[in-house]
Design a protein around this ligand. Sequence first.
Ligand SMILES: CC(C)(COP(=O)(O)OP(=O)(O)OC[C@H]1O[C@@H](n2cnc3c(N)ncnc32)[C@H](O)[C@@H]1OP(=O)(O)O)[C@@H](O)C(=O)NCCC(=O)NCCS
Length: 395
Amino acid sequence: MRRAVIVDIVRSPFARGRENGTYAGLHPVNLYADVLAALVRRTGIDPALVEDVITGCVIQVAEQAGNIGRQAVLAAGFPESVPAVTLDRKCGSAQQAIDFAAQGVIAGAYDVVIAGGVERMGLVPMKVNRMGKDNEGDRFHARYPQGLIRQGISAELIAARHGLSREELDRFSLRSHQRAAADREGVKRDIEPIAWTDATGAARSLAADEGVRADSTLEKLMSLKPAFEDPAMLARFPEIRWGVTAGNSSPVTDGASAILIVEEKMAERLGLTPRAAVTHFALAGDDPIMMLTAIIPATKRLLSRAGISIDAVDAFEVNEAFASVVLGWQKAVGADPEKVNVFGGAIALGHPVGASGGRLMANLLRVLESRGGRYGLQTMCESGGMANATLVERL
Ligand SMILES: CC(C)(COP(=O)(O)OP(=O)(O)OC[C@H]1O[C@@H](n2cnc3c(N)ncnc32)[C@H](O)[C@@H]1OP(=O)(O)O)[C@@H](O)C(=O)NCCC(=O)NCCS
């Protein structure tokens, strides 16, 4: 049987996604192109062998419009023969890119493929693609007459459903920062420093993630105001306790990632050393109002498909969209918290929505390598009430 193996993963440093943030002046095509070029350089793969570049990007308008994957392939200097496609699976887009790439390899559609993603949330903000229009339609509204809600409200509902206190959310976030801070040296393996010229012609560069706060304290986190407080939402959902803050949410972020996935025997022929095989995949949908809970059925479906128990998994990466999402998942699936997001997660590192799936996979592989583990499971919640789950086996 054909197997899909991950040869390597490269990502950019993650910057805060502010309008005039660190990456201001850096075109998202250039950001992604730098990461693609670094992946090719580091692995030594001949880019002419790459049969597709499957790219996650959620807000595909303005600078990110028109199949940004293809623009980046050309900007990276790859041969014109290398195609690309850009997909939107919301926050799980780069994970979906990995899944499609690996599935294509297993099916015999590719031998060499790059998965990846890019999002400059500070430049192309979420929701601008709606252009003030209704993107749901009357039949959708008839089914959900009260409408869907902001993700932060869904995070509040998850906290309420699982009885998670504000302190539990903030302790989880503190741990994310502490774990990411402890991994400052280790993470350098994944990161390609980025250099560019800003609008004023000045030389700029970034070599490390901006969001990690080594000095964060529980007191400071507990002092932050709820970020999504809204009387209309409280009237609709009286169970809400307003515990979700900027401190226990993932921040708006800019970044890019790229993953080289190759058919196992082809990797051997090319002299590439694979890090892990991508072996099983699952998707799930769940209540779009709770929105961030489909990671639970996706995880269960994945484990059942792989025929292993949750205890057989050595490391989990569960996207920290909000602290309540991961804590609710942990309670529901019974995962050991010591195996979850061992090097920190999106609350500290940031969450550039189109690219994050590659960052989670990079951490997952390093955790497995550092602990000698075999199975790694990655899952990400997605707007609209969906989730991807992927199982890898370290080689
Ligand atoms: C939650 C959210 C609304 C907060 O936005 P914001 O108010 O602009 O966030 P900021 O980063 O400015 O943080 C607000 C304050 O909290 C503080 N803060 C945040 N995290 C902290 C921490 N770990 N320790 C100490 N202080 C912290 C900041 O310093 C800031 O204080 P200041 O104004 O005094 O500087 C925003 O991050 C968000 O929308 N996140 C979700 C993004 C999203 O939807 N992603 C896709 C789906 S998951």
